[in-house]
Design a binder for this molecule. Sequence first.
Ligand SMILES: NC(=O)c1ccc[n+]([C@@H]2O[C@H](COP(=O)([O-])OP(=O)(O)OC[C@H]3O[C@@H](n4cnc5c(N)ncnc54)[C@H](OP(=O)(O)O)[C@@H]3O)[C@@H](O)[C@H]2O)c1
Length: 364
Amino acid sequence: MLETLFHPQGTIIVTGATGLVGRAIAETLSEETAASLVLPVRGESSAQRLLESWEGEDAPLVLPMDFQQDPVSAADQLRACGITAIVHAAGCCHYTDEVELNRGNQQLTQFWLNVGRELGVQRFVYISTAFCSGSRNEVIPETLHDHDLGEDLTPYMRSKRETEHLVAASGLPYVILRPSILIGDSRTGVYNGKLYGLYQLWGAAHRWLTPEDTRAVGAVLSNMGSLPILHLDMFLHVFLGALRHLPDNTVMHIVSPDADVLSVSDFAELWGRSAVVSPLPGKQRSAESRFRMWAKHSRVNLEISQRRWQFEHGWLDRLAPVLEVQPYVSSDTLLTCQDWFRRQCLQQKVSEEQAVEITGTSSV
Ligand SMILES: NC(=O)c1ccc[n+]([C@@H]2O[C@H](COP(=O)([O-])OP(=O)(O)OC[C@H]3O[C@@H](n4cnc5c(N)ncnc54)[C@H](OP(=O)(O)O)[C@@H]3O)[C@@H](O)[C@H]2O)c1
């Protein structure tokens, strides 16, 4: 049996709780552990929205904060809470905007590392990404990557890699978790995030592809690689295990085993199989033009899927005995997510704005 090396108790800071990952982590900690939570956010209105929609067990302390302030004063503000750990899930996922990437990843993380040092936290958990390795042909190791790796498909990958180095150099006891592309809940399909990753492909397919186009996409792209995806609920199970059992100064990939990644032809086949059929998108355009629009709007994730991603998952294997579930993705669970998303699109819960946004966000 694996030893418990960190007991989630006292008060834990979770950053990024207005986003997909931070919020899911915060609600899970509130339901599954004895810890109280402090959720720092930018702005009063974000704080209000978060509290109103909170689904966790006990109400957290949601704290509007200025992340440009002196970390010493920020630590003073938090000291009385008895902070034991920081789970840093805030981050910028844009793939082209280097200024925002630097602000939302390197600078913001440095701020929280400084706060953590002031408070003497026992554990600093950083939510990185499996793709911070850049594009590599070999098995990607669970270690820090060199700064200059050759090919980064997006500046996002470099920004996350640089941020990991800041965490490792901080002197704090750290755990770096690297999830692959997160998708909705495996049982319900619910996904409250932005149109990152697979949702970029699905959003663009909803908008541009007819069923015939989808079949053509499958045939044309049948030799392409795959997208490493992972259900959010499965990520959360692994997160809890990692929080409790990983030794200090560890880097862990949270990925589905290699065989379960989604190829572009699987994607096309599954899209054609869904019971939820979209109305004809981009109606007046020619088939060639519709296909071009889909490829343009799916560009980053199509590029990602052209590579063969192989992630070392030694820590996942070691944690297996204490995990409630293994992070497998099947065509059934994927179909559940896809149908849920298509229903949202049909009910116009995915706005035109979000659909446009998909061209500017990363594959995470
Ligand atoms: N989603 C995935 O599939 C996935 C997969 C692997 C890794 N990750 C990593 O997980 C982290 C969170 O991703 P997500 O999907 O939850 O993203 P998200 O939904 O876009 O949420 C991002 C969060 O970070 C905060 N944030 C961003 N820039 C900030 C800044 N400059 N100052 C203060 N707060 C800032 C946002 O606050 P506001 O609401 O105020 O903007 C929000 O709370 C990222 O670091 C990403 O690299 C995500």
